[in-house]
Every structure is written in structure tokens, then in C-alpha cells.
Design a protein around this ligand. Structure first.
Ligand code: CTP
Length: 409
């Protein structure tokens, strides 16, 4: 999607994940932004300056003695509206934490007054080393956003936390910070959050199912933003295979409404916040045949349906003291009332603490990167009704977490 062009710096430090910075750069420029790439000297051992110059249409330098009459080492940082460093190595984090300015990237980071997103990539031992932990804590205490790394395959045969999150996820957080610079405070630190996402499928026979058009993107955005705000996040995902698991999030895969219910009830026992963003099938076929249903001369078969349990209502019924339950409502207006009218009625019916109401239909919301709606809150003395302006699904997620964090404190 194209947005208003903004001035970005993409810093690249010297790690093998530097090759993924090329895809991130493409995503940022294709969104219409002016991106100045500032690699470190060692980053250029992994990716050549020509690649960054060709993709960004801007010159690429590493030292502070280029462009001296233009005072580039000060000007670039001053004019940036967002700095993203991906990958940020352990060495880069250490240099930034201690205010070093021995190359163009660190000098620019000292003069930048915009949001700074550092995306670490390193071996697990380096990420977990007390020196790195202290540097990350220091940077975060100053308002720098240090993304949680992904877990998985590292260079060679090692696996563990320290992998660079996928460029698509970094680009989404970058977009969020451009939409809302204060979207990622660490206000969910120590909180356990469970989010359901996607759409359940209710099998009819081995090849057919009853499903829905939920892509899972809103639930993924909620999980990704919560993780970057410090929460311990579990994402219960139903049929979201084309989405990248958010960095720092524990994934639980489910298929049917019954599986989703079992997973949510199990996870609910130790959660502070439960978010039902999944589109759960209200009905399922009463029986499942073990063979494909064939066409016959008798005409189409009729399918008997039974009602699935309402998981949100069950979670509300089991809610512990201090636990918050958030629901979603996908609504179209009709003759009996508009979207907001139906949303208010659903909040009352479900009894959850917060309800996000989306208008759906006519190509809105399902599968789209953007979202808008209302956030409704129940409870005596704390009723809320705020409009959620159109923006990315991560922006909507950040507003939901604002309301959750306010209620938790
Ligand atoms: N939900 C649920 N279990 C179901 C159906 C829905 O937990 N069996 C949850 C959804 O995850 C969402 C909320 O309930 O958080 C509202 O879902 P929605 O489909 O909008 O509402 P329904 O209860 O199905 O009502 P209706 O379809 O009549 O609008």
C-alpha cells in the first residue's frame, strides 16, 4: 500500500541477516518512503553498497568524512522521521547504548529525535549475555524500541531466539511507528496474553468444510504488538498458514472450533488477558463422514448443523479476578440498526470487558491490511466508547492494548 512519503533511515549492521535488509528496503520504498541506507563497514562485507544504492536510489556511505560540507553525520539523523536498524548486532546495540559515534550510523542515531526501532539478530548466547541484556534494558529505558527477536534457525545448525524477524513484520512495525510514534511502550511487561486468530473450519467430509473469510491478520497484529510491548504472548491460530508467526510469540495451531475452545480454556488458566479475535464458526455439521460425499441422482444432500459453544461467553463465565476478556464483533448494519447498535447489543450479550466492533462486507476488513471501528467497554463506571480511526491493523491493536493496559493498572 502507498502512504504519504516519509524520511527514513535504514541502518544495517554487520551480520549475516544483512541480506534480509534488502527485502525490508524494498518494502519501505514500495510504500513510497524516501529511505537512506546507512550500513556499517562490516555490513558491506555481507551486502555490497551498490545493492543498497540501487534499491534506495540514494548514495551509501559508512563513515562521517563523506559529504563533509553538508555535515551529513548530523543532518541525516536530524531529518529522519524514523530510524530502523536491521539487523542490529550485539556490537551495534553496545555502541548505541553507550553513545558511541564512531561511524555514520551511530552518529546519526545520536542526532535522531524520531522513533528508533532496533531489530536484533545474533546468536542466542549473545542475545542472552548479561552485557546485551543490560544494553537492551538501558536502550528501552531511554525509549528506544528494541524488537524481540524471532526464534528459529540461526547461521549454521543452531536454533533459538536471536533470529531476525521477517522483513514483513519489521515493515509493519515501521508503518505503525510512522502512524503513531508512541505505539510501543513497554506497558505489558510481565503480563501473560493469549490471542486467538484466524477462522475455524468445520469438516463435513474428508475434503469439504464450512469455513469463513477471516485471514487472521488482526489477531496476528494484536499478538505482535503485545509482544513488542513486553507481554508474554501465546497466539492460538486457526488456518492462518500464509502469515508469518510474529517474533517472540508462542504459537498453538488449531483447526476446528472445538480445538480452538480446548486451547483457549487451557491457556486461560494462567492468562492475564484473553482476546478472541478468531472468527469461530457458529455451527458445525452434525456428523462427519469418513468418505467423500458423492453426487447421486437423488439430488444434493441436506446438511444438518449443530451449534458450537460460544467460547467468548465461556471465557467470560470462567474469568478470574483481575483477568480481562476482549471480544471482537464483525458487523454489517441492517434494517434493525447500524454497526454500532449491533456492537452495543453484542457487548451486553457477551459480557466481555472490551469489544472491538468492525464494519465488514463490501471488501472491508477481511484479508485487508487496514481496519477501523469502535472500541466498546463495559462495566460500571468504566464504560468506554471510542472510535478507532482507519489505519493499519497494528494501529488498531495498539489502541486495544492502550485500553487493556489502562484497565490492568
Ligand atoms: N465467538 C466465540 N465463539 C463462537 C462464536 C463467536 O468465541 N462460537 C466470539 C468471536 O471470537 C468474537 C465474538 O464472539 O470475539 C463475536 O463473534 P461474532 O461472530 O461477531 O458474533 P456471534 O456471537 O457469532 O453473533 P452473530 O453471528 O449473531 O453476530
Amino acid at each position: 500500500m502507498t502512504t504519504e512519503p516519509r524520511n527514513l533511515i535504514l541502518g544495517v549492521a554487520g551480520g549475516i541477516a544483512a541480506y534480509k535488509a534488502c527485502e525490508l528496503l524494498r518494502r519501505l520504498t514500495e510504500s513510497g518512503h524516501r529511505v537512506r541506507v546507512i550500513p556499517t563497514e562490516s555490513a558491506l562485507k555481507f551486502v555490497g553498497a551498490a545493492t543498497f544504492e540501487a534499491l534506495s536510489h540514494q548514495p551509501v556511505h559508512t563513515g562521517v568524512f563523506h559529504d563533509v560540507p553538508e555535515v551529513a553525520h548530523v543532518r541525516l539523523g536530524q531529518h529522519a522521521e524514523l530510524v530502523v536498524v536491521a539487523p542490529a548486532t550485539a556490537d551495534l546495540l553496545a555502541r548505541v547504548a553507550h553513545g558511541r559515534a564512531d561511524d555514520l550510523l551511530t552518529a546519526s542515531l545520536l542526532t535522531a529525535r524520531c522513533p528508533v526501532l532496533l531489530v536484533p539478530a545474533m546468536h542466542t548466547e549473545m542475545w542472552e549475555h548479561p552485557a546485551t541484556r543490560d544494553n537492551v534494558a538501558l536502550l528501552r529505558s531511554r525509549g528506544v524500541i528494541v524488537m524481540e527477536p524471532a526464534s528459529g534457525r540461526l547461521t549454521g545448525v543452531d536454533t533459538g531466539p536471536g533470529r531476525l524477524p521477517e522483513p514483513v513484520e519489521i515493515a509493519e512495525l515501521a508503518r505503525l511507528l510512522l502512524e503513531r510514534p508512541d505505539a510501543l511502550p513497554r506497558d505489558l511487561t510481565g503480563r501473560r496474553v493469549v490471542v486467538s486468530a484466524g477462522g475455524t473450519r468445520e469438516p463435513l467430509d474428508p475434503v469439504r468444510f464450512l469455513g469463513n473469510r477471516s485471514s487472521g491478520r488482526q489477531g496476528y497484529a494484536l499478538a505482535a504488538v503485545a509482544a513488542q510491548r513486553g507481554a508474554e504472548v501465546t497466539l492460538v491460530a486457526a488456518h492462518t498458514d500464509d502469515l508469518v508467526a510474529p517474533a517472540g510469540v508462542r504459537m498453538v495451531g488449531v483447526g476446528t472450533a472445538a480445538e480452538l475452545r480446548d486451547a483457549m480454556l487451557a491457556e486461560a488458566k494462567r492468562a492475564d488477558v484473553l482476546v478472541m479475535a478468531a472468527a469461530v464458526a457458529d455451527f458445525r455439521p452434525a456428523s462427519l463422514t469418513d468418505h467423500k460425499i458423492k453426487k447421486t441422482d437423488a439430488g444434493p444432500p441436506s446438511v444438518e448443523l449443530v451449534t458450537n459453544p460460544d467460547i467468548l461467553v465461556e471465557l467470560v463465565g470462567l474469568r478470574r479476578e483481575g483477568q480481562l476478556v476482549v471480544g471482537f464483533a464483525a458487523e454489517t448494519g441492517d434494517a434493525s440498526g447500524d454497526v454500532l447498535h449491533h456492537g452495543r447489543a453484542k457487548l451486553a450479550r457477551k459480557g466481555c470487558d472490551l469489544l472491538v466492533v468492525n464494519a465488514v462486507g463490501e471488501g472491508r476488513t477481511f484479508g485487508q491490511p487496514d481496519n477501523a471501528g469502535w472500541l466498546l467497554g463495559g462495566g460500571p463506571g468504566i464504560s468506554t466508547e471510542v472510535e478507532l480511526p482507519a489505519g493499519s491493523k497494528a494501529l488498531l491493536a495498539s489502541r486495544v492494548w492502550d485500553a487493556v493496559a489502562a484497565r490492568l493498572s
